[in-house]
Ligand binder design. Structure first.
Ligand code: GTR
Length: 406
């Protein structure tokens, strides 16, 4: 028994090592690739105006990403109620009003909850613009605030470095955050515990090619949070900014692509399956992401594992779905797994659509220097350091929001 366990352990180590060795981190070895066109419709029609983009091309691409990558978001007749569980008008030493909202989703006997933590700046009169983003470990991890109702066992304040709440509030923005596990616990076989049963999911056999999984569920949750924001008279629902890091960055982009009520979208180190071009195969690839996280994308996407040359779409088309709304892409210089250059280039190519609206995207194929943000309608920075969310990132998100929303 012991030998078998050791054997399996060695095998796993070996496999992990082999996978590491195969990772492409050499720019010279990036294969020659051709990006699928943004501005040619499926029937060969040239897209030359914003109107044609919206009527013809955008719906085609949205459908393609649903069928082949993220899965289709079902229409189900799920009921949603929003209960205010706790309010504190003197939160964070009087700087903020905090609200904790419980969204209750139900259909028949199935019920699921999503807990939204909201901080609104007390210093402004009227409705506050708002950043909204998923947290990785539970609402109580974003701040030491003893008022926060924990959504998990994780330590209070343990992710505070990623959530500079005070800075956001002093800049005149609110912040809303949700633990992404509330929609879909981030593990392989948690479909039954996720929101999917609200839409009739019963067993693994239901997961056909274009069936949605975790990414789709996470995107759905953000739209339901938006439904709530529209009813809260302290929030300016026309100025809600989506911000997501890494896997949550991918889900965030998908939410922003489908739901145009979000006024601005920020991708923080979203990498493979997010902002980064897949055809470069630099860092994380479709093969590695779909084998490590089979529950994220739809099954169909797996066909392109090790087969990127046949991928009929790429992530510049995904990013273009955010147009003409302001889009900010952030990379970290040491985060090669997420392919900073691939993230930059897809933002650059998405600019073709922004130009149809007379807006400036990223202007050259050369990346800006480290820590030198660009803030056109498509914004970008590569900061020094690792895969993370830092004060530098937030400082620039606030500047970008000030520039385009205020
Ligand atoms: C990694 C995964 C990335 C990214 C990251 C994260 O393991 O390969 O795609 O999503 O996790 O979410 O931090």
């Amino acid at each position: 028994m012991k030998n078998a366990v050791t054997g399996i352990f060695l095998l796993i180590l070996f496999a992990a090592h082999a996978q590491q060795r195969n990772v492409l981190y050499d720019e010279e070895k990036v294969p020659v690739y051709a990006l699928p066109p943004l501005l040619v419709g499926e029937h060969g029609e040239k897209i030359t105006t914003a109107g044609e983009w919206e009527e013809i091309r955008r719906p085609e691409l949205l459908q393609m990403f649903a069928l082949q990558m993220f899965g289709e978001t079902p229409e189900g007749d799920v009921e949603a109620r929003y209960e205010t569980v706790k309010t504190n008008t003197r939160a964070l030493g009087g700087k903020a009003t905090s609200k904790q909202i419980k969204a209750i989703f139900s259909r028949g006997s199935v019920e699921r909850h999503m807990r939204i933590l909201i901080y609104l700046p007390n210093q402004i009169d009227g409705k506050a613009p708002l950043f909204v983003g998923y947290n990785f470990n539970g609402n109580q991890t974003v701040n030491d605030d003893p008022d926060i109702i924990p959504s998990s066992e994780a330590e209070r304040g343990s992710s505070r470095s990623r959530w500079p709440v005070e800075t956001i509030l002093s800049a005149g923005y609110g912040l809303a955050t949700i633990w992404y596990y509330d929609l879909f616990p981030d593990e392989k076989d948690k479909h039954a515990e996720s929101i999917l049963p609200l839409f009739g999911y019963q067993s693994a056999g239901d997961i056909t090619d274009s069936y949605w999984q975790a990414m789709g569920a996470w995107a759905w949750g953000l739209s339901r949070a938006m439904d709530y924001f529209e009813t809260d008279c302290d929030i300016d629902a026309s100025k809600v900014v989506l911000m997501g890091h890494s896997r949550n960055g991918k889900a965030t982009l998908w939410a922003g692509a489908q739901d145009t009520r979000f006024a601005m979208v920020i991708s923080n180190d979203s990498g493979c399956g997010g902002a980064a071009l897949s055809k470069r195969t630099f860092g994380e690839t479709i093969e590695s992401i779909t084998s490590a996280f089979p529950h994220w994308f739809c099954k169909y996407f797996r066909r392109y594992a090790g087969n990127e040359q046949n991928l009929p779409f790429d992530q510049h088309q995904f990013l273009a779905l955010i147009a003409p709304r302001p889009l900010y892409i952030a990379s970290a210089a040491e985060d090669l797994w997420a392919d900073p250059k691939g993230e930059y280039l897809s933002g650059y190519h998405a600019g073709e659509v922004y130009r149809l609206y007379g807006m400036k995207g990223l202007e050259t194929t050369d990346m800006p220097d480290i820590n030198r943000p660009v803030m056109n309608r498509v914004g970008y920075h590569v900061r020094s350091g690792k895969h993370d969310v830092t004060d530098f990132d937030w400082k620039n998100y606030i500047l970008f929001a000030d520039k385009w929303l205020k």
